[in-house]
Design a protein around this ligand. Structure first.
Ligand code: XIL
Length: 495
């Protein structure tokens, strides 16, 4: 987000704008506060409100990135938020949110002048609720463009449709969006302009027109151009570079360039850092906007290790460039990634697997950002743990069933007076039920016994606290809950 609502640019002399980094997050303050407090004060405040120097749980990515003055973003599809594992990661880890599809033209203006805001509003509301920046994607793009736009042939009419769209969408979220991808994917691989209705009917100038319209609609948002295969040096990257230089020279508002980075394992361009830097030297911010790193599926441990190294390399490149505002990953988990649909035989491209378990890529990425990995042990301030006893846990188990399957929702409550630092739930499924897939834990089935072990981020459960997990199962008619459930070997009360 631009610092002040002004039409007058302060940086048209191409001077870098250090210090434009956005808000830092609470844990930085909390750590400083903890250091400043006398011991007795720290003990009284307790672990719930302060981040210990070395915590049991891994530090959220957003907190580590905040120490560098950067953000970690995620492409969000609000429809997936009903899945607790997806929601938990999205809420915990990210300081920037972009609609995976929600703000695109086909979602926001499917018919001329008829706007549909429900998906986009959900993304904007999620960002605000979770104190994350909202990133707008995208105003002008050849893809996910309704047919009524593609069929406009009169330049005056198409220009009006484009500026009306920008005015409506950027105008609606003005003051809430930090940055907009104003034009997306305008280049061919050889650096010529990509064919699109905008290019055909309006010519090269549509990009400047779109940027000016966006500035008028939302004077505060940073205005970006975004593309893929511009991460390393090459004809396409050179074309974007020349365009940004020309736009700046002509006084056209452009504040940032987005490098999508839909990458292939083992193929991070060696020129990534220097390429980001040369754009930054033009006087624009740069950002990795859609990171995923695909590997052949099913993924091997070697390819996942290479992918982990690649996530680290991309992070180090961004961190080496002062004007790199951060990295956005294009999805939460491998079960909700666009990659397998578009690149058959490839996938596993994100930080969490389809069961929401963190992958080697997560560990490397978090480490590259300097996140505290946690030690998996109870915090020193936690009360000592006692062996679990029957009745130390309470479980509610509900099924939302259809003819052959059901979704099970399970809430575990720690009814003991000691914190759990990890938990394993075990239960016998009634006859005919079979686990397909679960979330927010690592699930497995052996015979009729189903087990779920905490994920990295939800192992710690304070006395009186609850954790929600879920799974999908098939059934042959009986969808009843397990008769007996245990956590860490102790039988739970059910109800
Ligand atoms: C993708 C979404 O992830 C998919 O859900 C959708 O079906 C197609 O678009 N470049 C972009 C993104 O700028 O908008 C694309 O997102 C991925 C490629």
């Amino acid at each position: 987000m631009r610092d002040a609502p002004t039409h007058q640019r302060l940086d048209d002399d191409f001077s870098p704008r250090p210090g434009r980094r956005r808000r830092r997050r609470a844990p930085v303050v909390a750590t400083a506060l903890a250091a400043a407090l006398p011991t007795v004060g720290a003990a009284l405040v307790g672990a719930a409100t302060l981040t210990p120097a070395h915590a049991a749980d891994p530090e959220p990515l957003r907190d580590a990135a905040a120490r560098h003055g950067r953000t970690i973003g995620v492409a969000l599809s609000p429809g997936h938020l009903s899945q607790p594992g997806y929601a938990a990661i999205a809420e915990r880890e990210f300081s920037l949110v972009v609609g995976e599809n929600a703000m695109k033209w086909d979602a926001t203006e499917p018919s001329r002048g008829q706007f549909s805001w429900s998906q986009a509003d959900q993304v904007a509301d999620f960002a605000e609720t979770h104190d994350a920046e909202l990133y707008g994607h995208t105003l002008v793009w050849h893809s996910q463009l309704p047919g009524w736009v593609s069929s406009l042939a009169d330049p005056t009419d198409l220009r009006a449709a484009m500026t009306d769209h920008i005015d409506a969408v950027a105008g609606r979220y003005a003051g809430r969006v930090a940055a907009w991808d104003v034009v997306n994917e305008m280049w061919n691989e050889d650096g010529t302009r990509r064919d699109s209705v905008f290019q055909r009917v309006l010519g090269d100038g549509y990009v400047a027109d779109a940027l000016r319209a966006a500035r008028a609609a939302d004077p505060q948002a940073d205005l970006c151009l975004n593309d893929y295969n511009i991460e390393g040096a090459g004809a396409k990257s050179d074309a974007m570079y020349r365009l940004v230089a020309d736009l700046k020279a002509d006084g056209v508002p452009v504040d940032c360039v987005g490098f999508q980075a839909h990458l292939i394992g083992g193929q991070v361009p060696s020129t990534l850092r220097s390429n980001l830097q040369r754009f930054a030297d033009l006087g624009v911010d740069v950002r990795i906007t859609e990171l995923d790193i695909r590997v052949p599926t099913p993924a091997s441990s070697a390819s996942l290790a290479q992918q982990a190294a690649d996530y680290r390399t991309v992070t180090e490149a961004c961190l080496a460039v002062d004007r790199c505002t951060g990295i956005t990953v294009w999805g939460v988990d491998d079960g909700h990634s666009w990659v397998p649909d578009v690149f058959p035989g490839q996938g596993a491209a994100l930080l969490w697997d389809a069961s929401y378990a963190p992958k080697p890529a997560y560990t490397a990425f978090a480490d590259a950002w300097g996140a505290d990995p946690g030690d998996g042990d109870p915090d020193p301030t936690d009360p000592p743990t006692a062996p679990p006893a029957d009745g130390d846990c309470a479980v509610t188990w509900t099924a939302n069933a259809w003819s052959t399957g059901y979704t099970g929702s399970v809430t575990l409550t720690n009814t003991s007076d000691a914190a759990w630092s990890s938990w394993t739930l075990a239960a016998d499924l009634p006859a005919g039920q079979h686990l397909d897939q679960g979330w927010s834990a690592t699930w497995s089935q052996s015979g009729t016994t189903i087990t779920a072990t905490n994920a990295a981020w939800n192992g710690t459960v304070a006395p009186g606290a609850s954790v929600a997990v879920g799974y999908n199962a098939s059934h042959t008619g009986d969808t009843s809950a397990p008769a007996s459930v245990s956590v860490n070997g102790a039988t739970c009360t059910t109800g």
